[in-house]
Every structure is written in structure tokens, then in C-alpha cells.
Write a protein that binds this ligand. Structure first.
Ligand code: SF4
Ligand code: ZN
Length: 310
């Protein structure tokens, strides 16, 4: 198979675009498309400090590499934030990888851990509970990232969400019938206390992100989080992957359909006004933010457990 743009051997065939690309043209195409997403959505302005959430997995590694490349020469500062949730046998390796890539690019890295912020590792939070670990993880990770980004004076938080993640999120919200959460996937309005989030890789398929890391020769930890298989997302991911292999372009069309809906919903009040959490001051919908609510339940459980041992 020969590259559609030169006579080199192609390393990828993009079924959705019909192009075959060699290594050089694949890298060029990947970075050009990410730069277009950033530009089209006015994600980054000159003079800004951007906090990049870097877990050390392939998506965030590709994100940091790609942003470092496409923003070179611009008056933009990147700083990496790594969240240590406390997942035994998994997170230590990815943190090492995150440290390595930030060091290689000369980008400052800050680590924020669940244990230091909330008093518990994720493993402790979910031990013996029915709730899905990803629910705890997602709530506390968002909270920790937002707090750390504010402490660092960051204007935006960039995350490595890819096309697959975004299409899965759209589908999960359709399946749950949660239209409000669906529309919040495209926040149109800045909210006080919430550092705006940007997703520069949201148009890039997961497989191309893995390939980008491979051809850029950066180590990424390939093991999956031990809790991943317990989530609804895992089933939706399998379903979307089989649909994509039967009907190439399914993930893109899921996103295009969602964009049209979001456009039609413009002007409708799909985003609620946030207020400050009574306990920690972080932005939230109710009196207490989700993190404080869950933390309250965890503390009650811990007191009950310790009383049992008296
Ligand atoms: Fe957290 Fe779930 Fe992701 Fe594991 S799979 S890192 S528990 S959100
Ligand atoms: Zn709170």
C-alpha cells in the first residue's frame, strides 16, 4: 500500500477518509487536524497558561507532545498536571511515564493525589462498595484538576479525550436519556470557579493516537485500569467498535449528529447556573458539590467501620 500523498509505503489506511498515509504524512496530518480543532474552536489564546492533564497513558502523552509541537513559537505556557488516584499496581507506572514525557519536553509537572486532597486512595474509597469505581474516580479527578489548575493560575485545562471517548459519551447519554448531561459535552458558556476545559484531540480516533505515540517513539503504558471493565463505558466502547468495523465512519457520524443537535439547542437553557459549594467553595449545582457529597458518605462509612472495631 502506497501513501496517497507520496511514493513511500503507507503505515495507515484511514477508511473514513479513503487516504493511505506514510509515517511522515501521517504525523503531518495528525498535527494539522489537531491544530485545526484548536483554531476552529478558539481553544487557546496568546498569553495563556494551559494546564494539560497528563496521566501518562497514550491519549494524554499524545496531547502533550502534539500541543508542545503545534503551539511552539506562540506566547503560550504549558504545565502538566498528573492526578494520582491511588490505584494499586496501575497508577505508579503511568505516573513514571507522565514524568518522563514532561521531563523530555521540558514542561513543569505537578502531581495531585486523592490521598493528599481527600484523605483516601481510590482503592480505599471503593473497597466493599456497590458504586462503580469510575463514578468516584471521575468526580474526584475533575475536582482535583480544577482546584490544581486554579492554584497554578491556569486559564484552561486541556484533556486527552479522543473521538472514541466523545462518541462513547454521546451514546451513553442517549442510552441514559440524560439530555442535560449530553448538552454539557459542549459547554458554550464560562462558569465562575470552573477553569474552562478544552479537548484538542476530540476529532482524533483512538487508534491514530496510539499510532502517533508509536511513531513518535514515546513510551506509553498500555495496561488498562483494573476498574475499567466495571463501567457502562466499557460495554458502549465494545458496541461502538463493532459498529465502526462494520460501518466505517460511525464514530464521526455520531459526533456530527450530536453537533447538529447542539446547534439546534443553541439559546435553550441547557446549562444551569453553578454556585459555590457550601463546604469547599468549588462550583456545583446543588448546595454541596459531588466531591463533598461523596466524601461525606465515605467519612460516615469510616466512622461506622471504626465503631464496629471498638
Ligand atoms: Fe478512573 Fe475508571 Fe478511568 Fe480507572 S477506568 S482511571 S477508575 S475513570
Ligand atoms: Zn465541595
Amino acid at each position: 500500500m502506497i501513501c496517497s500523498r507520496c511514493s513511500e509505503r503507507a503505515i495507515i489506511s484511514q477508511r473514513y477518509s479513503g487516504f493511505h498515509l506514510c509515517q511522515g504524512h501521517f504525523i503531518e496530518d495528525f498535527e494539522r487536524r489537531a491544530a485545526e480543532t484548536v483554531q476552529k474552536n478558539a481553544m487557546v489564546k496568546d498569553g495563556e497558561r494551559i494546564a494539560v492533564a497528563v496521566s501518562g497513558g497514550k491519549d494524554s502523552t499524545a496531547l502533550l507532545l502534539c500541543l508542545h509541537k503545534i503551539l511552539a513559537g506562540r506566547d503560550v505556557e504549558l504545565i502538566a498536571i498528573t492526578v494520582d488516584e491511588g490505584i494499586d499496581g496501575y497508577r505508579d507506572d503511568t505516573i513514571k511515564a507522565a514524568r518522563a514525557i514532561a521531563g523530555q519536553l521540558g514542561i513543569e509537572q505537578k502531581i495531585v493525589s486523592f490521598r493528599e486532597e481527600y484523605g483516601y486512595d481510590l482503592d480505599e474509597m471503593v473497597r466493599g462498595k456497590d458504586a462503580a469505581p469510575c463514578t468516584f474516580c471521575g468526580v474526584f479527578r475533575k475536582n482535583a484538576l480544577n482546584k490544581m489548575a486554579k492554584r497554578l493560575g491556569a486559564c484552561k485545562v486541556a484533556t486527552g479525550h479522543n473521538l472514541d471517548d466523545e462518541a462513547q459519551s454521546v451514546m451513553m447519554n442517549y442510552l441514559k436519556g440524560d439530555i442535560h448531561r449530553l448538552m454539557r459535552l459542549r459547554p458554550r458558556r464560562e462558569q465562575p470557579g470552573l477553569v474552562p476545559r478544552i479537548k484538542p484531540l476530540r476529532d482524533m480516533p483512538e487508534k491514530e493516537i496510539a499510532l502517533y505515540c508509536m511513531v513518535k517513539d514515546v513510551f506509553t503504558h498500555s495496561r488498562e485500569c483494573p476498574y475499567a471493565k466495571l463501567s457502562l463505558r466499557a460495554d458502549v466502547r465494545d458496541m461502538m467498535n463493532s459498529l465502526e468495523s462494520l460501518f466505517p465512519g460511525t464514530k464521526q457520524s455520531t459526533m456530527q449528529g450530536f453537533e447538529k443537535l447542539a446547534e439546534m439547542a443553541k439559546g435553550m437553557r441547557t446549562q444551569v447556573d453553578l454556585r459555590a459549594c457550601r463546604k469547599c467553595g468549588e462550583p456545583c449545582v446543588e448546595e454541596l458539590c459531588k466531591a463533598c457529597e461523596l466524601l461525606g458518605k465515605l467519612n460516615v462509612n469510616c466512622i461506622t467501620a471504626s465503631l464496629l472495631y471498638i
